[in-house]
Write a protein that binds this ligand. Structure first.
Ligand code: ATP
Length: 380
């Protein structure tokens, strides 16, 4: 067994780091600090209600994760953004963040993204901003243009994450907090299973994905609602959450209640626990395989090559994972199962057939090597 460096916390895998492409996973240099969020009193909320106090511990715990690096912004203490939609989860997140600020020695500032998709969205965003300002947080509304790729939900999400990423870069903030809860995690696991996206979907969302941090993945939605009620706030009700044309809304309001009735009230926790265990296993497995990839790959013209003998000698689970990790790490491409198997067939069932082309990558045999070559624009 290859030695594996100990890690803590769960996170999404960074690009595979192999000796073929030294420097992967290097930290990017942040741009200059804009004055969007000037240093200010982080808004210590004295005598915070009990639930808010409890939730603030989740933020302190999550930001203490070794995968989160809190960096000073010039002479200022580190800045952490809070993504606020105006709904109860993210309002509770902002309140808990304000409470946690003095303990952590960081500043928090809220970013509210206005997708402009519904009439009155600007007013909703402004109201959310006003609410979090009452906690003592700076708040900025980012108005985004939503495209039409990936359906309305997917396009709004892409625009939102792009806006959050831009805010991170502009402000020099170390991280952005998202208000996903344990209930969101349970829904994500069910949705992934229903899509048939394989064991990987069991992992659900990571607590830390690059600079995105989800401190509430162990918190029930009821608790965020309780925090908002304790604070006497009127949270925004996102109409999408009850719109039965959205799969997630149906999972939330129809599927999970049936599962709870039939299988017991602990089903959401059980799904979230499963996600945590699956992520632990998967991360450990990936880490071992990444070390193995370093031994069996070599740089090649516009890509890399992998030793076919080593691929053939290993079980399909390892072979397929190597192929997926190389595609993701080297080319930023998430391979479908069908593409993974087609590439694997070049190793196990080769009868002289030509290369396989998938978007952005050509995979071919050359002597004893499986060669991955970039063919077009890369997605990273
Ligand atoms: N308009 C918004 N502005 C800022 N942050 C937002 C906005 N909408 C959602 N968020 C952030 O994302 C979190 C999750 O929200 P929601 O569940 O609605 O998003 P989602 O589309 O499911 O996101 P994901 O793609 O990450 O699963 C919120 O708690 C909040 O932190």
């Amino acid at each position: 067994m290859l030695p594996v460096a100990p890690r803590s916390g769960s996170r999404d895998r960074p690009p595979v780091s192999t000796s073929c492409r030294k420097g992967w996973g290097r930290r990017v240099a942040w741009g200059t600090v804009a004055d969007t969020f000037p240093a200010s009193d982080s808004g210590v909320q004295r005598n915070a209600p009990r639930t808010v106090h409890r939730l603030s511990r989740e933020i302190i715990r999550a930001l203490s994760n070794r995968d989160v690096v809190l960096e000073r912004v010039g002479d200022e203490v580190p800045l952490v953004l809070v993504a606020v939609s105006g709904g109860p989860d993210s309002l509770a997140l902002a309140a808990a963040a304000a409470h946690a600020a003095p303990v952590l020695g960081v500043r928090f500032a809220a970013v509210i993204v206005d997708h402009g998709l519904q009439s009155g969205s600007a007013a909703v965003a402004e109201r959310a901003a006003e609410t979090v300002r009452r906690f003592g947080l700076q708040a900025t509304v980012e108005t985004v243009a939503v495209g039409d790729d990936g359906g309305p939900e997917g396009a709004a999400r892409a625009a939102r994450y792009a806006a959050l990423d831009a805010a991170l870069r502009r402000t020099g903030a170390s991280a952005v907090l998202l208000g996903h809860t344990l209930d969101d995690q349970a829904e994500t696991v069910l949705l992934g299973l229903a899509r048939g996206s394989g064991a990987g979907s069991l992992k659900g969302m990571a607590e830390v994905t690059g600079r995105l941090v989800r401190p509430f993945l162990s918190v029930r939605r009821d608790d965020t609602h309780a925090a908002v009620a304790e604070l006497g706030l009127d949270a925004w009700d996102d109409p999408h959450n009850v719109d039965a044309s959205f799969t997630r809304a149906r999972v939330r309001h129809r599927v999970l209640p049936v599962l709870e009735d039939e299988l017991g009230p602990g089903i959401a926790e059980a799904l979230a626990r499963t996600a945590e265990q699956a992520r632990e296993d998967s991360d450990a497995f990936d880490e071992m395989i990444e070390e193995f990839i370093e031994e069996i790959c070599e740089p090649a013209e516009a890509g890399l090559s992998v030793d076919i003998g080593a691929l053939a000698a290993n079980p399909a689970a390892i072979r397929n994972r190597i192929i997926r990790l190389v595609a993701r790490g080297e080319f930023g491409t998430s391979l479908s199962r069908a593409h993974t198997l087609a590439i694997a067939a070049l190793v196990t069932e080769w009868k002289g057939q030509g290369p396989i082309d998938i978007p952005g990558i050509r995979v071919s045999r050359n002597g004893g090597r499986l060669v991955f070559t970039a063919t077009g624009s890369l997605s990273h």
